[in-house]
Design a binder for this molecule. Sequence first.
Ligand code: NAD
Ligand code: MG
Length: 380
Amino acid sequence: VSAPWQGRALTVLGATGSIGTSTLDVAARLGIPVHGLSARSRIDELAAQCREHRPAVAVVPDAAAAARLRALVPGQRVEHGPEALDAIAADPAVGAVITAIVGAAGLAPTLAAVRAGKRVGIANKEPLVMAGALIMAEAARCGAAILPVDSEHSAIFQCLEGHRGHEVAELLLTASGGPFRTVMDLSAVTREQALKHPTWTMGPKITIDSASLMNKALEVVEARWLFGIGPERIRVLVHPQSVVHSMVAYRDGSVMAQLGRPDMRTPIQYALTFPEHTAGPVAAPDFATLAALTFEEPDRRRFPSIDFAYAALRTGGAAPAALNAANEVAVQAFLDRRIPFTGIFRVLERVLALDHGPADDLGQVVAADQRARILAAEGL
Ligand code: NAD
Ligand code: MG
């Protein structure tokens, strides 16, 4: 690997998840040594990863999980608790961190990696939605390189290379449209239907977010902070084939697109090897067999989520953090069969209408997140 952090090791936060396992696959192929791995559950899988990738440290939530992991992998150094998670993100032996925890739980270790000046490949988008301004400011202050792993943002990042923000007319964020793109009545759709994504295989939370288009809403906010481009210049386009991962329209009418197969190993690898594209396991799309690439406007009436994101950005302060927190509560309630699918939108609308205050420091963000969780749960 010719990356500037060559010689130092990789930490994967949330190693047992969909992004985490893909990251370890990429790292093994590139011959990158692993410093830290973390998981919240699935200790057996984490044990197998420890045997295969030999991390210096493995981090689990509590002492009981740590004892289990030690029993499964004798000799493995195991730590537990939130400070241990921050420590594997910030360790001097670490050059790059891939954030693959799901949800707000990733905020503290993401910040720890940023403040330690790492190359931080961000898959875990929720912290950027909650505290994007703070995270980007800290990255500039501490010399961290933030690289997108989210496929759309990796695409935009690539389309922007060598260009400046003032040249950009619009960021065109593509969305598959999810499993309900053509379902006119969403009132009776089930958990099982929502968990069947047409083009991507992912963890349960982001799969539900993709079905509600809340994933795209979160990605609008993510793009706003990653690229420093105002929401009025970010547009969502539905592209069911998930081949064009996103585009940048420039002021002269020229549009750059990044294309690829729907395999997260491509953007994960680029976050690790940037500025080089190196050999990898994913082939380019076979254009001769691609039937068609189509684009359409999202249906904002059936899927109000995208408008929620723009509204939260307009309000500013802690509104995006509150929207994210309410969504985490609503998605869990839907997965637990406590609310119907459209109940997610009702929770979000209600919480977004409230005042969430400023987000000038981390304390305010965390307080708004916690308050929004309570408010969201009250109305379930
Ligand atoms: P996942 O559910 O498959 O995996 C989550 C990982 O984080 C697991 O290792 C789990 O043990 C750990 N984890 C979960 N909750 C935790 C907590 N409270 N504290 C510590 N660790 C915890 O999720 P995923 O699909 O891999 O997604 C991870 C992140 O990447 C999400 O933010 C998602 O939006 C983003 N993302 C995923 C994809 C994808 O293709 N899966 C694509 C783009 C972005
Ligand atoms: Mg995405």
